[in-house]
Design a protein around this ligand. Structure first.
Ligand SMILES: CC(C)(COP(=O)(O)OP(=O)(O)OC[C@H]1O[C@@H](n2cnc3c(N)ncnc32)[C@H](O)[C@@H]1OP(=O)(O)O)[C@@H](O)C(=O)NCCC(=O)NCCS
Length: 365
């Protein structure tokens, strides 16, 4: 028994085609006019365009489905994708929208079930070299759809807050504690970065059990990544003390690590909602991204993260970048306090629901 639901029979069902694009844009706009939608549906448009164009790994004829009403209007649509940009896990993304006029008629339940099966099939076809997860993500709260996700076994994974900082505002002088020094990301330091991440995030709820390969692929890669702006704060230990560094703290015989920061430089289209406006006429804005910062529990409260973040902001500024961005988990009050103290301002909220993705045919699938 998988509690499966049937397609509401009063609609015609077919895959999406490229000519549906204007109707789908209207559908998404109508959904965003519903209360509390907060642009949640417009967020899916770039991915929808990729599916319609059967771009890259997507095939509209296989990965999308829509319901057409008696007037020939697209009443609801769903699609599934495994986005290629995620390098540390395989994410089966479920996306879709039901026109407000057609809510409470079983369309959402059926499309969610269909999208989950499709996403699962996409994941099953991929090698087993990474974690696999079914995922629904959207900005804002999307109160209209959340109960559906719960019924289908998805649970809230986290809510993220995007934060931004105007780098033209003064950046504090914040030196590292005296006994620490910075080294840039390099292959010979990957293991030390990874161990420092594992220890720094060990007390974060729900920390993923990434292998070194998964973590490095996810956070230390991609064309935007800046190894020269990603640093490990090192503590060089002299003489006999080096031998007493406990297990996970010891990354080299005479070196321990305190914390790290990973950065990238993204090229984003300027948005009108950003607290940091682009220069007028600028088509693309270079934005300094703080991908991740972490400080080992033993080194907290001594200004390590503050120093790493200020060094990153200064380096961005030296390249003429005026806007820095990061994402923080809404439940991470220590990190939010730190960022706010450094001048970051909270922007949009982003919600993620997930469900494990056992292989097709496995118990519970
Ligand atoms: C969030 C985190 C990075 C902060 O690292 P940290 O090095 O302890 O941060 P800082 O020392 O710079 O600042 C933390 C506090 O110490 C205080 N502090 C800063 N410099 C200090 C100094 N020289 N002496 C004493 N206290 C100091 C700060 O005022 C700050 O106080 P607050 O908690 O009221 O904001 C760390 O807790 C961590 O790694 N957490 C787990 C991973 C994580 O959540 N990362 C962020 C993901 S988005």
């Amino acid at each position: 028994m998988d509690g499966s639901v049937s397609a509401p029979p009063e609609f015609d069902w077919r895959p999406l085609v490229a000519d549906d694009a204007p109707a789908l844009r209207r559908l998404v706009a109508e959904c965003d006019r519903a209360p509390n939608a907060e642009g949640a549906y417009a967020y899916t448009l770039p991915s929808l365009e990729r599916v319609l164009a059967s771009d890259g790994e997507s095939m509209a004829a296989r990965d999308s489905l829509c319901a057409v009403d008696g007037h020939g209007r697209v009443a609801a649509a769903a699609w599934a994708r495994v986005p290629p940009g995620v390098r540390h896990e395989y994410r089966g993304l479920l996306l879709g929208a039901v026109h407000p006029r057609n809510r409470c008629r079983g369309l959402g339940s059926f499309l969610l079930q269909w999208a989950e099966r499709r996403a699962r099939a996409l994941l099953t076809a991929l090698p087993d070299d990474r974690h696999k997860i079914l995922r629904i993500e959207f900005p804002g709260s999307r109160d209209d759809a959340v109960p559906l996700y719960g019924r289908r076994g998805f649970s809230l994974h986290h809510t993220e807050i995007e934060m931004e900082r105007d780098l033209r505002a003064p950046i504090p002088q914040a030196p590292l504690p005296r006994d620490l020094e910075l080294v840039e990301w390099a292959p010979e330091w990957e293991q030390a970065f990874y161990e420092t991440w594992a220890d720094a995030f060990s007390d974060r709820p729900g920390r993923a059990a990434w292998t070194r390969g998964e973590w490095v692929a996810g956070f230390g890669g991609g064309s935007a990544f800046r190894p020269d702006l990603s640093w490990l704060a090192l503590h060089r230990i002299q003489g006999d003390a080096a031998a007493r560094v406990p297990g996970p703290l010891r990354t080299r015989t005479s070196v321990a690590t305190a914390g790290y920061v990973l950065c990238d430089v993204r090229e984003l289209r300027p948005t009108t909602v950003s607290p940091v406006r682009a220069r007028s006429g600028e088509a693309v804005q270079r934005v300094g991204g703080i991908r991740q910062v972490g400080v080992r529990p033993a080194w907290r409260g001594r200004g390590v993260a503050t120093a790493l973040l200020c060094a990153a902001m200064r380096a961005f500024r030296a390249e003429g970048i005026e806007r820095a961005m990061l994402e923080v988990n809404a439940n991470n009050s220590a990190a939010r306090r730190l960022y706010e103290r450094l001048g970051f301002i909270a922007g949009s909220r982003f919600t993620v629901f997930t469900k494990p993705a056992p292989a097709l045919g496995a118990p519970g699938s």
